[in-house]
Design a protein around this ligand. Structure first.
Ligand code: SAH
Length: 205
């Protein structure tokens, strides 16, 4: 059963294989925004439609999930999105010779247990990787519903030399929230419909 599913995923990815060729997209010299943990791709599609002059790269480690994002991008015929199927801890191997202008972390896994905290996408090991792949003035924009993970992230960014702005535990009721500009992710749509507040911050490298 599992094998069958996996085989089907591989086939579906092959149909969208053009969208794995990010080197090809980068030939146009436009700035690059990155999303780590893109899930089923609603955010990256919304961003790419709104900002056609920016190159977007979406990273996701689970093939069964990223394939859905790839199929959305293909059906929308978006030329400014590419995908990398990998664990974010390997990102340095990919980003040689170009740097990222903005990084989005949307509803990353919180890894509640203390012994798992190095897996959090805002753990010091990941922040070191981001420093290497981001431009000097780049922003990291984070959204999550998990307050404990968010507060950990605030401490981690600060301890690792990032400057923070627009920190809030309730984005939708904060004075810098603009509903016309905010692009919702799949998780965000669910949480907002349940009136769960969204934490948000911007970190500068
Ligand atoms: N951003 C989407 C999905 C959130 S769930 C949304 O907001 O709706 C978090 C996603 O991040 C999952 O799909 C998970 O597979 C992915 N992810 C978690 N850790 C990752 C890592 N180290 N590298 C790549 N993807 C990761």
């Amino acid at each position: 059963m599992r094998m069958h599913k996996k085989k089907n995923t591989d086939k579906r990815i092959l149909v969208c294989a053009d969208y794995l060729n990010w080197e090809d997209m980068l030939k146009n010299d436009k700035i690059v925004y990155l999303e780590i943990g893109c899930g089923k791709g609603d955010f990256i599609c919304g961003m790419a439609q709104r900002f056609p002059d920016i190159n977007f790269i979406a990273v996701e480690k689970i093939s069964d999930v990223i394939v859905i994002a790839m199929e959305k991008v293909k059906s929308l015929n978006l030329s400014n999105v590419r995908f990398i199927i990998t664990d974010a801890k390997k990102l340095e191997d990919y980003f040689v010779g170009f740097k990222i202008s903005q990084l989005y972390l949307n509803f990353s896994d919180p890894w509640h247990k203390r012994y798992q905290q190095n897996n959090r996408l805002t753990a010091p090991g990941f922040l070191e990787i981001y420093k290497k792949i981001l431009k000097p003035d780049a922003k990291i924009i984070m959204k999550t519903d998990k307050k404990e993970f968010f507060d950990y992230s605030v401490r981690s960014f600060t301890a690792n030399g990032f400057r923070l702005e627009n920190i809030t535990h309730d984005l939708y009721n904060s004075n810098f929230f603009n509903p016309d500009e905010n692009i919702q992710t799949e998780y965000e749509k669910t949480f907002v419909s349940q009136n769960i507040p969204i934490c948000y911050l911007v970190a500068y490298n």
